[in-house]
Design a protein. Sequence first.
Length: 155
Amino acid sequence: MSVTDAEPIVEPVGESLPPPAAPPPSVLEPGDLVASWRIAIVATWALVVFVYSAIWKTSVELGIGTWWLGARSDPQPPFVRVIPFAVAIGFGLVSSFHFKRLPAITLLGAVVLALIAVPDFSRSVGLATLELITAGAVLLVGLGSLTGVVKTADR
């Protein structure tokens, strides 16, 4: 049998694969935060980690320790030095999950950052001001995210 005598391959018309199933729609319920604001909040907490790294570096360069770093000659224990970072990373991780009250959680995180900054006014007003500005920025993002809260069910 030669190649020219071979029968052509014909696929059956009625036996094709079914079309792929569509992904389930993302349903937002009242109280949920839209994805763009959730991403903005997570990014804000990531930036807070960088800001506190800069505050740490500035503190070392100036020779003025924050309360959570301590003096160069008498540094705080490691678990105290990481408090601002633990707060930022903790709230950032919580923000990455689907919580109904995420703006309120973010506002709580801003208050915690402000409480971390207050004792530094007795050591260095400049560093404490940077810490309060950071807390204020988180507060503004939290307040802004209130605009992204779903009011009625998506249908």
